[in-house]
Design a protein around this ligand. Structure first.
Ligand code: FES
Length: 287
């Protein structure tokens, strides 16, 4: 067996022969992902009635999960499907000792798990937060590399989180539908309308569809096991789906980053409207 040949690479934290600004990407990513995680956590806990958030959300007697004051129901994607612990709907069976939890806490595990195990995000946060690696041809604080072993085997759950993510798409589409249905609370008259909130939710579904349908696991699911694209209608359909997924997959990074921003923005938009900072203007129809 031959001897290991050492790469001609400088050693020491951040040492490198690179002359470009290699640190900009991981630093920007750490800031971006950090802000998104803090925001989602803050919003999730806000509706959990902690004293820390007593000026906001349910603690202050205001629900900040959905805009209701226009006669429609514009629900934040962070709280969809809406599970109110102990309520009449989906949260009815939740035992009383868990009623302190926010509706978001019951569901965020799935989108968070999907993004946390995404192939693109793994690359991004391994570099941004853990220096595994720091960057190409840049020395890192430690030298060993064990790959995705031991605890990181949990990343293999990505394909299962994909199924959950795919199930979200019709749920979030249903929220768009609810947002265009207006009901007068006094006369019970029903009509249709479109508000800015509707467009925000619609764009959210489009962005998440672009992200989920371009997922590497989805691409494999629809075409990975096939070596026949032409012999039957099903084979041709699979080929079309695989091609479409490939088309989205080329820009998976952009779909991943922009869709994350838009989910958070959609939630913030709804939060701002429920706090009366902004108004959800009805652009067409409505009451
Ligand atoms: S690889 Fe990114 S969502 Fe599946």
């Amino acid at each position: 067996m031959g001897e290991a040949v050492k790469l001609p690479m400088r050693r020491g934290f951040g040492a490198t022969d690179r002359i470009d600004a290699w640190w900009k990407g991981p630093t920007a990513m750490a800031i971006y992902l950090g802000i998104m995680v803090v925001y989602a956590t803050w919003r999730g806990f806000m509706e959990a009635d902690f004293w820390l958030f007593s000026e906001f959300g349910r603690s202050a007697g205001v629900q900040t999960m959905a805009i209701e004051n226009q006669g429609s129901h514009v629900l934040s994607p962070l709280f969809s499907p809406l599970i109110i612990p102990g309520g009449d709907g989906l949260g009815g069976p939740i035992p009383e000792f868990m009623w302190w939890m926010s509706p978001a806490m019951f569901i965020l595990i799935f989108p968070a798990g999907f993004r946390g195990t995404c192939y693109y995000y793994r690359k991004a946060y391994y570099r941004a937060f853990f220096h595994q690696p720091t960057a190409c041809a840049v020395s890192k604080p430690w030298n060993e590399y064990k790959g995705e072993t031991k605890l990181l085997l949990v990343q293999n759950l990505h394909r299962y989180f994909l199924y959950a993510a795919l199930a979200y798409l019709p749920l979030l589409s249903y929220d768009v539908w609810l947002s265009i249905n207006f009901h007068d609370p006094v006369t019970h008259a029903h009509t249709y309308g479109i508000s800015i909130g509707t467009l925000v939710l619609l764009l959210n579904v489009i962005m998440l569809s672009g992200y989920a349908l371009g997922c590497h696991a989805f691409r494999h699911l629809v075409g990975g096991g096939s070596n026949d694209w032409t012999s039957s209608g099903m084979a041709r359909l699979k080929y079309k789906l695989w091609n479409f997924s490939t088309y989205l997959n080329v820009h998976h990074k952009e779909w991943a980053l922009y869709s994350l921003f838009w989910v958070m923005f959609a939630d913030f938009y709804i939060y701002a409207c429920t706090m009366d900072w902004w108004t959800d203007i009805v652009l067409w129809g409505g009451l």
